[in-house]
Design a protein around this ligand. Structure first.
Ligand SMILES: [Zn+2]
Length: 629
């Protein structure tokens, strides 16, 4: 791994700290500071000059012409300048200083609020004093896309606003243009050099109201979560955001931002020149930001270190986890890394273990489907399967079912990989392959605990399938998922796993097939007549039919959709279907028979949701494989 020299802005912080300690003396020379830091003097001098230009330091010439640098007494300087310029009186300055001592806040703003100075004068004075140009935000054409490319968290915490990008340089409006940490953070996040511009607190507040919904502002620090006793996860210690080094702050802002927009996954993907950070929201990936490759590598290393992974190993696939408290909610981060051609790629799954549970009535089932499911769940034994691809909401459905059963005072136990939600009153056993706890072993252990209802996170192998079906046979209600595209396919898959047809037909009560579709934003959705030939043919809908489609507005972040809902098919086991299974007929035959028996297929349910204006035809096409019938 290449060791990088600390970037200039880190050096700036160290220089400021050193000079603050020497505030009472005559200042120090570049040579003196360089010796203290064991760095070449010219490098140190460059940073000292920058800090002087930004108003953090003052410079005076010594006897031999050498430059002595001291920490700038900023507060006094502003007041004195105003008095000297005849803008305010000495008395007014004293009053303001007394108020500042009592209430805190910036002297300039106090003077402004007391009506002693105008905004323009304050701007001009600050401009002269700090050598930083002053801009009035409301009159400046701000690049909104640039604003959005920076996490809101960084903007509110540091009171900065990126307003213009010119090549590698970003103009950053700052309430405190001496805040080198802010410049450093923004520079790293946007992969740009920062040109500071001064703005006032009021202008900043104006911009916040303009660009952000203030009520959604994010909290501040990514606090450490308490270590769990038996999960084998190291305690995470994340330093306070302000004091943390840049890499940690970049990581914090990526995670905060992802949590804020409700993302389920974060991807850090190195490419030829830069690394792309993408997030998955409502099932789809969106570009979030780009990072310089070096920064991305450092961020990934940081994640690996927190997750107790081997940071020296950057090629072999690894996985790990971190428990984090983000804004008071506990998140279980699942990290997977793999070496790619351009560096290490990281995928981070964000599981909110305390997510609010949905009831059956909130899943998106039609009333008659909900009735069927409720009836099935009242069975004392048997197996109910939920099927669909990854990310189709299977686990949420199982949890909703379990939650409903939980009111009936029964012993409910689960074996899951991972435990996605914590269910109070229910024993949940996480699969831990490394510790030898597999699905089938966990399930065997559960059966010795006198359970009534068992949830098996997923049936992945013949061993688990065999124990699960036997559990159903011996008087337990078993809820589980299978990774197949249709309900009918699940039966065939179980037969392929070696489950005896007679057990399958006697124990499986029903198979629920499901998908998630995005819900059209109710604020901006609009009706259009159906015109596309293929759609008319494929969905057998009349041409000219008015259907809702996405538009995009501030409410939905211009996506046109907000949230997702389930689309279901519920296949109850009937004598007709049993006969087909016993004859080992293909899934298509079982499917046709189920439909003939009155089952609403995934496709039927989805079309109904399109007609209801809940989702769009595009979403239907994206989420459900449709064949011409
Ligand atoms: Zn909208």
């Amino acid at each position: 791994m290449k060791i990088m020299r600390p970037p200039g802005n880190l050096l700036q912080q160290r220089l400021l700290a050193l000079l603050d300690d020497h505030a009472t003396g005559d200042g120090m020379t570049a040579e003196g500071l360089a010796a203290l830091l064991s760095l070449p003097a010219p490098e140190v001098e460059v940073e000292l000059e920058t800090l002087t230009r930004l108003g953090n330091l003052t410079r005076r010439a010594g006897v031999g012409g050498e430059a002595y640098y001291s920490a700038a007494p900023r507060r006094k300087l502003l007041g004195n300048m105003l008095v000297e310029a005849g803008v305010i009186t000495e008395e007014q300055l004293q009053e303001a200083l007394v108020q500042q001592a009592q209430t805190g806040g910036r002297l300039g703003l106090i003077l402004l609020e007391r009506g002693y100075i105008s905004k323009q004068i304050l701007g001009q004075i600050l401009e002269t004093q700090r050598g930083v140009p002053y801009i009035s935000l409301p009159t400046y054409p701000i690049d909104e896309q640039l604003v959005r490319s920076l996490p809101e968290w960084v903007i509110t915490q540091h009171k900065v606003l990126p307003i213009l990008r010119e090549g590698r340089e970003v103009h950053l409006a700052m309430v405190d243009p001496t805040d080198v940490i802010a410049m450093d953070t923004v520079g790293t996040l946007l992969g740009a050099r920062i040109r500071p511009l001064l703005t006032t607190e009021r202008d900043f507040d104006w911009a916040m109201t303009k660009f952000f919904d203030v009520s959604r502002r994010v909290g501040e620090s990514l606090a450490a979560a308490p270590e769990e006793e038996d999960q084998g996860v190291g305690a995470v210690s994340v330093t306070d955001a302000i004091e943390a080094p840049p890499v940690v702050r970049v990581l914090n802002s990526i995670i905060h931002d992802a949590v804020r927009i409700g993302a389920t996954d974060i991807h850090i993907e190195p490419d030829v020149e830069e690394a792309q950070v993408r997030v998955r929201v409502d099932g789809l990936l969106y570009d979030k930001t780009t990072l310089p490759r070096g920064t991305a590598a450092a961020v990934t290393s940081r994640v690996k270190a927190l997750a107790g992974m081997d940071i020296a190993e950057r090629l072999r696939p690894q996985d790990g986890r971190i428990l984090l408290d983000v804004e008071g909610r506990e998140y279980d981060l699942r990290i997977a890394t793999v070496g790619s051609a351009f560096g290490e790629r990281a995928a981070i799954r964000l599981l909110n273990t305390q997510q609010v549970l949905l009831g059956l009535e909130r899943l998106g089932l039609f009333p008659e489907q909900e009735q069927i499911l409720t009836r099935l769940l009242a069975h004392q034994h048997g197996m109910i399967l939920v099927t669909g691809p990854t990310g189709s909401g299977k686990t949420t459905t199982l949890y909703a079912a379990i939650n409903q059963l939980n009111e009936r005072m029964r012993n409910i136990m689960t074996v899951e990989d991972p435990v996605e939600y914590r269910l109070p009153g229910i024993t949940q056993i996480p699969v831990r392959e490394k510790a030898g706890v597999t699905f089938d072993l966990g399930l065997r252990a559960i059966l010795r605990q006198d359970p009534d209802v068992i949830m098996v996170g997923e049936i992945r192998d013949p061993a688990t399938a065999a124990i699960a079906i036997n559990a159903a046979l011996t008087g337990h209600l078993v809820l589980t998922t299978l990774h197949t595209s249709t309900a009918a396919g699940a039966l065939v898959r179980l037969l392929d796993m070696g489950v005896e047809p007679y057990l399958l037909t006697s124990e499986v009560a029903a198979v629920v097939g499901q998908r998630l579709v995005r819900v059209l934003c109710t604020t901006c959705k609009r009706q259009h007549p159906l015109r596309r030939e293929t759609d008319i043919e494929l969905f057998r809908l009349p041409p000219g039919l008015m259907l809702f489609g996405p538009v995009g507005c501030p409410e939905c972040g211009t996506l046109g959709y907000r949230g997702r809902t389930g689309v279901f098919e519920i296949m109850e086991m009937t004598d007709v279907l049993r006969e087909l299974v016993l004859q080992r007929k293909p899934a298509t035959a079982i499917m046709d028979a189920a439909r003939a028996g009155g089952m609403q297929t995934l496709r039927d349910s989805a079309i109904r949701k399109v007609l209801d204006g809940v989702t769009s035809l595009d979403e239907l096409r994206r989420s459900i494989q449709v064949e011409v019938q």
